[in-house]
Design a protein around this ligand. Sequence first.
Ligand code: PRP
Ligand code: URA
Length: 209
Amino acid sequence: MKNVFVFDHPLIQHKLALIRDENTGSKEFRELVEEVAVLMAYEVTRHLPLEEVEVKTPVGPAKVKMLCGKKLGIVPILRAGLGMVNGMLKLIPAARVGHIGLYRDPDTLMPVEYYCKLPSDVSERELIILDPMLATGGSAAKAVEILKEKGANNIKLMCLIAAPEGIEAVHKQHPDVEIYTAAVDEKLNSHGYIIPGLGDAGDRLFGTK
Ligand code: PRP
Ligand code: URA
């Protein structure tokens, strides 16, 4: 699949298996989602450009490589995307964080926007949208649309589990957006839930029902 990257790192796969398990409670679920986000941050930043600079070690000058000022932004989709923020910030502490509030209407499954607060310079940043679940793709596609309306032109989407239907829907509207995921599952059920998925990510993270 073009512009779809599935993380096959054994630690990510192992932790995702624990996250999916219905016996995993909210505390452990939150910890695991954060840990997976750290590992994904490592993978999703492989392409960042480096420049050679000089630092002074205690015994002399050294030519070293440092990130050369690419501006990053991470944009969790509320609520469940919040679970991935701290993991990302552990490896990319200078990233700015924007928030987009969307919920799925339970009848139509269409995304409803209720909040948006973004860094003022999104057009200059590489943005990574965070949401554990890419189901119908409505929420992710809407988030990309909101970011593009504000001038963003470099957008990636990072999730834990994607349904084929969601990947297709996002790429139909936004073929330029690279999708990073730990798994592509089988399908959606009639309520728009990913099968086998992990259930309702927001409820499992925050202990609601
Ligand atoms: C979930 C999930 C995604 C969305 C995915 O959020 O976190 O944002 O559903 O579904 P889609 O691809 O069909 O749009 P939900 O709407 O349940 O809101 P919540 O995070 O506040 O619980
Ligand atoms: N949202 C979730 O939290 N889980 C799904 O399976 C689909 C949408």
